[in-house]
Design a protein around this ligand. Structure first.
Ligand SMILES: [Mn+2]
Length: 463
């Protein structure tokens, strides 16, 4: 490949002299002989001549050149040169560097590219500035947490983004489980997340508020912020998260990046900036964190998530992610689902199931989701009794009335209810439920869902 870099002076040469081009060589073309001599002294291949004369290019044997890069100070000369080169060679690829904000475009010439120098530099700087900032932050984090024991605290039901981020923080600190345990006040419940910590051998310890600072331990929060917890956490050393800031809090170090789709993306940037090559275990955890929090880069993700995902991909164990995503269904859950199916009622596109008493809350939304696969069903409404709460989960096909609004209207005054257009959930304490409906039985819970269906019919009657 032959490149021809055309410039009045040695500016392009200074920029490009150290650019290694594996598949070819660069020849420079400048206006003045003295400039050409200087470039030659510095080891460049160079010609000189009138840049806007046809003669110059005939001498150069332009037909051997595949790619021209041009930068002239005046926009008008730049345009003239582009036209001249095009008239001499129809197949020549031209990159035209311009410092004008609105360089003219020629939509009819697919082999001509206009690049704005300022935009190119901004892009270049943005990436490098970010990397430098990340490096500085890693230094701060390391010196802040020093040699003390660190508790990495996650939300009550830790998700893959939180778990991956915690693992990355521990790696950044060069610590192990004993000195830097990952802790929660709750526990991991989703079958996929349980599979994740089992397959990747990650321990998450249960902790109490009293033990948070035991023996002078430092406290780091990832993928969550202090106001999430109902009690005060005492001194918080570190908060790294991508959720919007809900209320003010104090921490010695914070890095909140709300445009990011995942906290694991922030940690991937830290790991890269620190020059750490991620182990397969860490890369798998981070990749799975980004994948689940962004719904495979669809929801609320940005370029940073994509770039982190691309970076982690070759290091991660993709087969293991597939195994995490298809966790084994325990026999008792399967039986609960079987019993649930036998209670299915179908009414005018609405599938209703009351599952009765169950151990795990997450099978309720799973069942509601499953109902949508039944032919002709637009709404799946599934309820269950979990400990001392009635839980109702609603799914719909999305083009009907908002499930979240309906549930909110029906149950928000006696419990908590809400959600999106296509998925919603209500949780009602058993005593409040009894207050309104008298008793708790399959029949009553089923009847309690009737207004939901009526509501939905009124809505469809209105169009
Ligand atoms: Mn997250």
């Amino acid at each position: 490949m032959q490149y021809l870099a055309i410039c009045e002076d040695d500016l392009l040469f200074q920029f490009m002299r150290h650019v290694a081009i594996e598949d070819g060589e660069i020849r420079f073309l400048v206006q003045d002989e003295s400039v050409a001599r200087r470039i030659k002294r510095l080891g460049g291949k160079v010609s000189h001549g009138d840049l806007l004369k046809e003669e110059t290019y005939k001498k150069l044997k332009l037909h051997y050149v595949d790619h021209a890069i041009i930068f002239l100070r005046e926009a008008e000369s730049q345009d003239r040169l582009c036209r001249l080169l095009r008239s001499l060679d129809k197949g020549l690829a031209i990159v035209s560097l311009t410092h004008e904000k609105n360089g003219k475009k020629d939509p009819d010439d697919p082999l001509l590219r206009q690049l704005q120098l300022t935009a190119t530099f901004e892009e270049f700087w943005a990436a490098h500035l970010l990397d430098t900032q990340n490096r500085k932050k890693v230094q701060n984090i390391r010196s802040l947490l020093g040699e003390e024991k660190v508790h990495i605290l996650l939300q009550h039901d830790p998700d893959p983004d939180a778990i991956g981020s915690a693992l990355a923080l521990r790696e950044l600190l060069g610590r192990n489980r004993a000195t830097t345990p990952i802790v929660t006040f709750g526990g991991v419940t989703r079958p996929e997340n349980i599979a994740m910590i089992r397959l990747l051998d990650i321990q998450i310890d249960r902790i109490t508020y009293e033990d948070l600072h035991k023996d002078g331990a430092r406290l780091a929060l990832v993928d969550v912020q202090p106001p999430y917890f109902d009690k005060s956490l005492g001194r918080v050393d570190l908060v790294i998260d991508h959720h919007p800031k809900r209320a003010n809090f104090k921490a010695r170090f914070t890095d909140l990046r709300t445009p990011y789709g995942a906290t694991a993306t922030i940690f991937t940037e830290y790991i890269r900036a620190a020059g750490i090559e991620p182990s397969q275990r860490l890369a798998t955890a981070l990749l799975y964190g980004i994948k689940t929090d962004t719904l495979f880069l669809e929801r609320g993700s940005n370029l940073a998530d994509l770039s982190a995902f691309t970076y982690l991909y070759p290091f991660a164990n993709k087969a293991m992610i597939t195994r995490i995503e298809r966790p084994a269904l325990p026999r008792e859950d399967l039986e609960a689902l079987g019993r649930a199916l036998s209670r299915l009622q179908l009414d005018n596109g609405v599938a209703v199931i009351h599952m009765g008493e169950i151990n795990r809350e997450d099978v309720i939304p799973q069942m509601a989701e499953f109902c949508l696969q039944i032919e002709g069903v637009e709404w799946g409404v599934v309820s269950g009794l979990v400990n001392d709460r009635v839980v109702i989960s609603v799914r719909n096909v999305g083009y009907v009335k908002s499930a979240g609004e309906i549930l909110k209207k029906l149950y928000d005054d006696i419990g908590s209810a809400g959600g999106h257009r296509a998925m919603a959930k209500a949780v009602i304490p058993l005593d409040r439920f009894k207050e309104r409906f008298g008793e708790v039985s399959d029949k009553v819970i089923r009847d309690a869902m009737v207004p939901l269906i009526v509501e939905r019919d009124i809505e469809s009657a209105h169009g």
